[in-house]
Design a protein around this ligand. Structure first.
Ligand code: GLN
Length: 540
């Protein structure tokens, strides 16, 4: 039986260096070498999960198949690898302490003082071992969130130090991602912050084996040599991570160029199996060679944040890959929209997408944008709240239900076309209690959704408390909005569409959590295809 190898990635000098993408890219390269991988994120915050955090604090909340609300890095992990992820792959300080305290109350530690070492560190380690308990995996790659030097991450670093001590350097490898900034006035890249960061790790008993340096241009041999000498890391184990301004899917190719996969395999004494990387390379080639651009408007409250709609942005890019076009996203804040400026704001766009969200702010702007897309035959894609807004818009402007709304925004509305799911009404606690994770959905033959999915039964991930109010089904269908996807028991409407429109679909689920650059989601591919058609038409 082969032993699992553990690779730990820490970050130094600054946050936002791209640890998540680095972990994902390494996973992608090791899979291309014929190995199996499992990736895990350790988040040092006290929240159990990010489900109750604001996008301003956290960015997107990613949802796994089994319904865990996780960090958006898990999205990168899934998009870059073939590996399957579950709640086991996302760990937080809150979960660790919660488990230990529960055990203490049960009396499992009777007689003993419960301490960070060994009780908290043991719990952290057991979460890592737990990943491979039921399934053998060649590599477990663990991302330690935060930056070395933060108080919060110390127990995680102590746990991985212990693992290295116990399993040795043939089974446990430390990678450190750091920043090598360029001082503009001096025109020089500076290695000092990296040296300090490594010192910080050494003080905690961790000697990194590989350094990955974020830098604005490839490192010279001299610079690698200097870092190597000061940080006790072999020169060939100092890897450049040059800023990429094109597509993040170039990153595995960049790491391949600097031989990150070989360095890791050599350090752990693993065979350099043949690299089978053509699928990824072909996909990147396609991105590089696209000539045409289509413009899609994304109407969301959090457009000022880079990461609040991360999986939607990525899935739109995948839709572009499927259609050989680049998708340029025009970000519009719904609070800036009114019925007078909508024409100007959506001028020249070939598709409108309204993503998921919570709360009343911005709803009227979204509805105005949807009305414009519906009446001007612009392809429209509504996701979760976006679908709910499409239903409200149709009720108000086509069915004549002037006072139509979701009970999320107006509890005593005359036409509650969107209302709370029955089972949700009893729930009082906020954390992890929505309708979460993958559920099957039956797709009606002959519908647009069916022609995109080419399947009668699909499985998609959810994160919501509200739903289409089924007693209005006939009103909608008589006037031209069809319900074409249902939960198998028929109780929940999952897809709405307008057949008399070039492409108009709203879905109650989140297709963006299942799209990959190498396997674009059929709805995103279909939406971008329709947008490309409109682009071509307006060009002619
Ligand atoms: N707020 C809506 C609900 O809870 C939509 C949720 C979402 O878009 N993820 O149903």
């Amino acid at each position: 039986m082969s032993k699992t190898r553990y690779i730990f990635i820490t970050g130094g000098v600054s946050s936002s260096l791209g640890k998540g993408v680095t972990v994902a890219a390494l996973g992608c390269l090791l899979e291309a070498r014929g190995y199996t991988v499992s990736l895990q994120k350790m988040d040092p915050y006290i929240n159990i999960d990010p489900g109750t955090m604001s996008p301003y604090q956290h960015g997107e909340v990613y949802v796994t198949e089994d319904g865990a609300e996780t960090d958006l890095d898990l999205g990168y992990y899934e998009r870059f690898t073939k590996s399957k992820f579950s709640r086991k792959n996302s760990v937080s300080t809150g979960q660790i302490y919660h488990a230990v305290i529960e055990r203490e109350r049960k009396g499992d530690y009777l007689g003993r003082t419960v301490q960070v070492v060994p009780h908290i560190t043991n719990e952290i380690r057991s979460r890592i071992y737990n990943l491979t308990r039921d399934q053998e995996t060649d590599f477990v790659i663990v991302e330690i969130g935060g930056t070395v030097g933060d108080i919060e991450s110390i127990p995680f670093l102590e746990a991985i130090r212990q693992m290295r001590y116990e399993h040795g350097n043939q089974q446990v490898l430390f990678l450190h991602l750091t920043l090598v900034p360029t001082i503009t006035a001096a025109g020089e890249a500076k290695t000092k912050p990296t040296q300090h960061s490594v010192k910080e790790l050494l003080a905690l008993g961790i000697q990194p084996d590989v350094l990955i340096c974020r830098i604005n241009k490839p490192m010279s041999k001299e610079m690698k040599n200097k870092i190597s000498l000061f940080c006790n890391v072999k020169e060939q184990n100092v890897i450049s991570a040059v800023d990429i301004t094109t597509s993040i899917y170039e990153i595995p190719l960049m790491y391949r160029e600097d031989k990150l996969d070989e360095v890791v395999l050599n350090a752990l004494g693993m065979d350099l199996r043949k690299l089978n990387f053509s699928q990824w390379e072909n996909m990147v080639k396609k991105i590089r060679n696209t000539k045409k651009t289509v413009k899609v408007a994304l109407i969301g409250k959090y457009i000022s944040l880079q990461d609040a709609y991360r999986s939607v942005y990525e899935s739109l890019a995948h839709g572009g890959i499927a259609n050989d076009v680049e998708v340029s996203v025009v970000k519009i804040n719904p609070e800036d929209i009114d019925s007078k400026n909508i024409k100007e704001l959506l001028k020249g766009v070939h598709g409108v997408l309204v993503p998921g969200g919570f709360g009343e702010r911005g709803i009227e702007g979204k509805i105005a944008a949807i009305q414009y897309a519906r009446t001007k035959n612009i392809p429209f894609f509504g996701i979760c709240l976006g679908m709910q807004c499409a239903v409200i818009e149709f009720a108000r402007n086509v069915l004549g239900f002037k006072d139509a709304n979701s009970t999320e925004f107006k509890p005593n509305v005359q036409y509650p076309v969107i209302s709370m799911i029955e089972e949700q009404k009893e729930i009082e606690r906020m954390g992890g209690t929505m309708r979460l994770g993958a559920y099957p959905c039956l797709v009606k033959k002959g519908s647009l959704a069916h022609s995109e999915y080419k399947s009668d039964r699909i499985s998609e991930r959810h994160r919501h408390r509200f739903e289409f109010t089924l007693r209005y089904k006939d009103d909608f269908e008589k006037k031209g909005m069809n319900l074409t996807g249902f939960s198998p028991d028929g109780s929940l409407a999952e897809i709405v569409e307008i057949p008399n429109h070039p492409w108009f679909i709203g879905v109650q689920f989140h297709p963006e959590f299942q799209s990959k650059p190498t396997d674009p989601h059929p709805l995103f591919a279909g939406f971008i295809k329709a947008a490309s058609k409109l682009a071509k038409k307006t060009e002619d």
